[in-house]
Unconditional design. Sequence first.
Length: 159
Amino acid sequence: MYYNYQGSDTMPFKIIEDNILKLEVIAIVNFDNDKVEMKDGIAHQLYLEAGGIDLTAAIKKHFPLNKGDIFTTPAYRLNAKQFIHVVIDNENINNKQKFIKDTLLSLLNYVTNNNIKSIAIPFTNDSYLYQYHEYLDSDIIPTINNFLKIYNIEVYLVK
């Protein structure tokens, strides 16, 4: 375990080393482009373990997609019940810190608005979020931690 930030008295925010495929959470977050192909890195591993073809069909029901869209699909064969797909476009970013904060806040608002009680966010070196690892202490952790001072959900960044 790398960090254990306390978001509120009852729901912790943790950065853990674990197998995201085996975690008992309500949802695993997948950041992807508007094609949501899950073809690289940890996203591809999740895709294969979850059931591939069935997941593709569930994703395609949400097309066409635009930057900023957030939606869920079943996680099929994983311990998690669902995926939360966050459609991003990190090609044209002027302010990376603002982008990552806004993206995380959109995700966390979606989670609370849909009564999702626990999420796992991949933070491996082949995950989307890891490309912003230099903002872990300055932006990622404070954004999540401040949100959890108000809302009671479990959030795990998974290495």
